[in-house]
Design a protein around this ligand. Sequence first.
Ligand SMILES: N[C@@H](CCC(=O)N[C@@H](CS)C(=O)NCC(=O)O)C(=O)O
Length: 208
Amino acid sequence: MTKLKLTYFDFHGGRGETARLALSIGGIPFEDDRLAFVDWPQYKSRTPFGAVPVLQVDGKDLAQSNAINRYVGRLTDLYPADPWQAALCDEAMEAVEDMDSMIMTTLFLPDEEKKKQRQALAEGPIPFYLEALQRRLEANGGRYFADDRLTVADLKVFIWVRSLRSGKLDHVPTDLPERKAPKLVEHLERVNNHPGVKAYYAKFGLPA
Ligand SMILES: N[C@@H](CCC(=O)N[C@@H](CS)C(=O)NCC(=O)O)C(=O)O
């Protein structure tokens, strides 16, 4: 049996969470290696691109979150077999990746500069991507981003929209998704109510 070890920071979100969720939903055993932030400097140089997530597959490293998501999606049947549906799944995941990259650049800024840049994101790119993703969801049937069923794209969008609403992103109003993309909030609830998603968070004592 293939041995899987997924290394990512120890919180319920970010670029590693899609693969954790997918493996759990698919019932595929993996080592959930959660890095403490203090251990990151020593670990960084051991990763292929100086970043996490990293998935070790029988001791071999795979980096880049969406490559990991596609691989894990294929293992768990959460990635479409049809090439067009697979491309739609990729499209949504790459859109979230655009946003993740923009938000990440503000993470370690001094307070005033962070506030300025986060407010600019909250007035421009974040609503733009929320509205665009909502349109893509509607264009693909309104329930899921691809294949008319849950895929890794839905998990990745769900995790991003949940983080926007969480209040953990300083200077980003938590009601942006409701105001700009209510269909994405309905989508979030749909994903949140998936039995596999509920079971995953129940393991951590978190509400679904
Ligand atoms: N394109 C990469 C970006 C990875 C990335 O920037 N990961 C962040 C965490 S979400 C990281 O490792 N940050 C620490 C650092 O860059 O030192 C991916 O999609 O995996």
